[in-house]
Design a protein around this ligand. Sequence first.
Ligand code: HEC
Ligand code: HEC
Ligand code: HEC
Ligand code: HEC
Ligand code: HEC
Length: 461
Amino acid sequence: MNLLPLVVRLRLVLLLLVTIQIAPTALADAKKTPAIAKPTLGVDVKSPEYCGACHPRILEEWKSSEMGRDLDNPVVYQFYTATNARGEKDGRGYRGKHPDKAGECADCHVPDLVLQQHKKTAEDVDLGVAMREKSDHGISCYFCHTMSDVKTPLGANGKYPERIFQKVTQDPRRRIHGPRGKTGKEFHPSGTVKGALVKSSQMCSACHLNQEENVIAISTPLDWEKAVKDGHTTETCQGCHMPLHSEAVEVAVGQPKRIGVRSHVFPGSHDKTLLEKALDLKLDAGVAEGVVTVNTIVENVGAGHRVPGSGPIRHVLLKIDVTDDAGKPLAYAGDPKGLLPPLAGMGNPQTKQRGPLDWAGMPGRFYGKVLASAVDPKTGQRRMGVGGFDAEIIAVDTTLEPKKPDAGRFQFKLDPAYKGKVNVSAQLVYRWSYKPLADSKGWKLEDRPMKSAQATVVVGG
Ligand code: HEC
Ligand code: HEC
Ligand code: HEC
Ligand code: HEC
Ligand code: HEC
């Protein structure tokens, strides 16, 4: 028998000690839990730290990823519990709309807990409680690597399955599914299998396809399928979001370094390089009869799905600035449709004071999928930019399909007597939340640059 390297055995022993100490408080039912857990049951084989005892590099990568941080993500917690960054209830979020229902938010955020609870009771898991009490490990190694199948058939009602337990089959023997499947029992006591799922985009559809009651809030896998069919990409989700390590790396402690190993950092919209690669921006400008005309073309050249590639509050903004030699902005004189919508930021609703990120009303284009609520009886209007759980319709969808260029045209007034340079600048930025939502929640929003372009027109030279 292969003996475990000493360092690994020590790590597992340490883990065991730690687990014994925290187990009684971590488990909810104090009466039934013995004061000291049985040592043989003490190791929580579902915890990422357990896997990390032998896979430390992967544990570190995963911890730095959005999925690895999800259980501690305050934005998820606040959007579920309908509280703001100061901890006050504000009604904006799932429990604001459904105060008496735990709902399905836990499905993709603490998936293993939901699957286990579903076997025992029809009651849903409260995501807020699960995050506060850390009663699960979130989007964990164990969850991803014990899935044996994911099915997302389009139903006769025109909808995809909504619940995780309708989509995911867990290996009944909890064997570890991996790309090679040759690891010995001394390492994975439940066994190891070579799984087709880990190589397939279908694995990601378990959560990245989000069918809500009335709308599909996240459609990335469907958009990817279309991109493949249209010949725009041959990559899987893993191909772009689990890039290959450029050098040979260790998969587990004490094993030889291997080539062809994929990263668990899962770069996405937080990754500068990936964001810069996604879009192409072309800009030209001309002057005729006292009017400056600016033409833009934005094209999705780097993503295997629409951009922005995900949830309903994500969006991309193109902003156009035109100034004269003295730096004075020229007045917009084009189609009002060429101005950015309120979701781009209106400033403080009380004081009307605007900040540098409040772009509504400025020349530019908005790329996003905006969900709208049912008509509010009080105002007679729909609320725009809501979450999937609150949505009745998709109000606008201007997300960029791969290789489908989007053309913009903007016109500005120029004093007919003006001589000198006209400076045109265009910037494309990614925002993970609508500015008004971020303001009301107290979330810090920053612009993530995607592309920029400049042009100069000389007038009366
Ligand atoms: C079908 C799976 C699924 C369900 C159900 C689900 N989510 Fe998510 N959620 C996701 C995925 C996938 C992302 C990541 C999308 C991205 O990064 O663009 C996400 C992202 C989020 C984010 C953004 C976090 C950030 O830092 O930007 C919030 C907030 C959120 N979810 C809250 C909720 C709430 C509240 C519910 C219940 C109404 C819910 N989720 C239900 C899959 C799901
Ligand atoms: C979101 C799902 C997901 C999560 C979470 C996840 N993995 Fe993976 N992991 C994958 C996929 C997919 C692959 C296969 C990549 C490929 O095609 O080679 C993989 C591959 C691996 C491999 C094999 C690497 C190789 O090339 O031999 C190991 C080991 C591994 N994961 C361990 C872990 C550990 C440990 C964690 C937690 C710290 C973890 N994984 C978290 C999806 C996941
Ligand atoms: C006692 C050490 C040990 C622990 C604990 C451990 N693994 Fe592994 N694992 C290994 C070794 C050794 C390999 C083989 C590495 C190699 O071939 O280079 C491996 C390989 C893998 C692979 C790739 C299998 C394949 O098909 O190629 C995956 C996936 C994986 N582990 C996931 C996990 C997950 C998830 C956990 C926690 C639930 C875990 N491991 C816990 C030692 C361990
Ligand atoms: C158990 C559900 C689940 C599975 C399975 C899953 N994801 Fe995720 N993923 C999420 C959630 C939820 C988030 C958002 C986490 C957050 O922001 O707090 C996310 C975030 C991401 C992000 C970060 C996006 C950003 O904006 O930076 C990427 C990239 C990603 N997932 C890729 C994948 C890939 C590739 C797969 C398949 C190999 C996969 N995911 C499988 C639930 C899942
Ligand atoms: C050809 C490469 C490619 C493929 C294939 C691909 N992506 Fe992406 N993905 C990107 C790029 C580039 C971005 C950054 C632009 C953006 O945010 O939309 C991105 C962004 C994302 C994001 C963050 C989106 C956001 O706006 O927050 C998620 C989540 C994601 N991809 C998931 C997936 C999933 C799931 C699949 C498979 C169904 C997939 N991707 C396939 C390249 C790819």
